[in-house]
Design a protein around this ligand. Structure first.
Ligand code: PLP
Length: 392
């Protein structure tokens, strides 16, 4: 059957929006006023903030603000060009050295966002003749990087090592290279990947491993280097990606790995080559943050204390139809029976002065409240949120 020709080529947009609204998937950004932190201003009201990825409370730290301000005064607001043309500054070099030192890798490369780091790296290192084995719950940037690479993509069941092994046994021999791709902390669930087991399989089946440490850097490991450090896998052959926008309180992304990989990406990753360098202010703030996470482990210790306190309180207070998803990180998800209930609970919490994220399909398979704990929350903050679930 011939498709009906419409006179307005944009008419489909309103229809699609209507479908999104009908499914309860329609979303709009909400304005947060003033400084970031455990308490934020929204609609002129103070709100307890359990919706941010600023796990260590560094985004409003005076030292980051001072570093960014100084860099802007010295270097201006923009990098003014791509890194290979006119956009390379000494700050980029210092930041890359600091990240490599934190991650204990030979080298690092800073991108303008974590999303760009993921799509640029994956699409540069594998191609049509290669296989990507990817966790089904991977972040959108990992999924889109895989699509962009044109490699054959096989998703494995979430965190299921037996499935990875089975797929390697069945398919690895048909491809030139194989890349195993996973988040280290799963951003919409809060659980963590089984990195040592993945590395063991990678070694056995001659695969590369790319791990996205977006929610782990600054949070996991004795020095804040992430899940790789937490698992004692520092120095193993793998490619680590991350963002400067979560625990590091700034903006930008990075790749850390061997000197050869970083050299290769500088010459082959389109989302690094053909985009403007990270702004001086963002680079300077991130550099200050990398230093703070290494010298102030007490922030991390406080964060983990808060995480434990929050989980214990939630376990006691959650109604039986609300399910606490397994989490090993400051990301705590409460699965609720429907989108309607999700939006009602979010509104009730807002009315009580608590700001949380409501996450629903198609971002995740089931509707859930995503609660993120910060080092700068107090015990009373965690108790206040948990107590609000009583009798819901
Ligand atoms: C797991 C993961 N990877 C990558 C990104 C992208 O990082 P960025 O915000 O720096 O683009 C995010 C979130 O934003 C994320 O949650």
């Amino acid at each position: 059957m011939q498709p009906k020709i419409e006179t307005n080529p944009y008419a489909w947009v309103e229809r699609s929006l209507e479908t999104i609204r009908r499914a309860g998937w329609y979303r709009e950004p909400e304005i947060i006023e003033g400084s970031p932190g455990a308490v934020v201003l929204k609609d002129g009201r103070k709100m307890l903030n359990f919706a941010s990825n600023d796990y260590l409370g560094l985004a409003g730290d005076p030292r980051l603000i001072e570093a960014a301000t100084k860099a802007i005064n010295t270097f201006g607001t923009g990098a003014t060009g791509s890194r290979l043309l006119s956009g390379h500054r000494i700050l980029h070099q210092e930041l890359e050295t600091a990240i490599a030192q934190l991650k204990q890798t030979e080298a690092a490369l800073v991108f303008s966002s974590g999303y760009l780091a993921n799509i640029g790296t994956i699409s540069a290192i594998v191609g049509q003749r290669d296989l990507i084995l990817a966790d089904q719950y991977n972040h959108s940037s990992l999924k889109n990087g895989a699509i962009l690479s044109l490699a054959h993509i096989n998703e494995y069941l979430h965190n299921n090592i037996a499935d990875v092994k089975k797929q390697l046994q069945e398919h690895r021999h048909q491809y030139r290279r194989c890349l195993i791709v996973t988040d280290s902390v799963f951003s919409m669930d809060g659980d963590i990947c089984q990195l040592p087991e993945l590395l063991e399989l990678a070694d056995k089946y001659n695969c590369m491993v790319l791990v996205d440490e977006a929610h782990a850097t600054g949070v996991f490991g004795a020095t804040g280097a992430g899940c790789v450090e937490h698992y004692g896998c520092t120095g193993k052959p793998l490619i680590q990606i991350g963002t400067l926008s979560k625990a590091l309180g700034s903006l930008g992304g990075y790749v850390a790995g061997s000197k050869a990989i970083i050299d290769f990406l500088r010459n082959r990753a389109p989302s690094w080559i053909y985009t403007t360098g990270l702004s001086p202010g963002d680079a300077a703030a991130a550099l200050a943050a990398v230093q703070i996470i290494q010298t102030e482990p007490e922030r991390r210790a406080q964060l983990w204390k808060n995480v434990t306190h929050m989980k214990n309180n939630l376990k006691e207070n959650l109604p039986s139809e609300f399910q606490l998803l397994p989490s090993a990180s400051p990301i705590i998800c409460v699965q609720v029976p429907s989108i309607d209930i999700l939006l009602r609970v979010k509104a009730q919490l807002l009315a009580a002065g608590i700001f949380v994220a409501a996450v629903r399909p198609p971002t995740v398979p089931t509707s859930r409240l995503r609660l993120t704990v910060m080092a700068t929350h107090t015990k009373a903050d965690c108790e206040k949120l948990a107590s609000r679930f009583i009798g819901l």
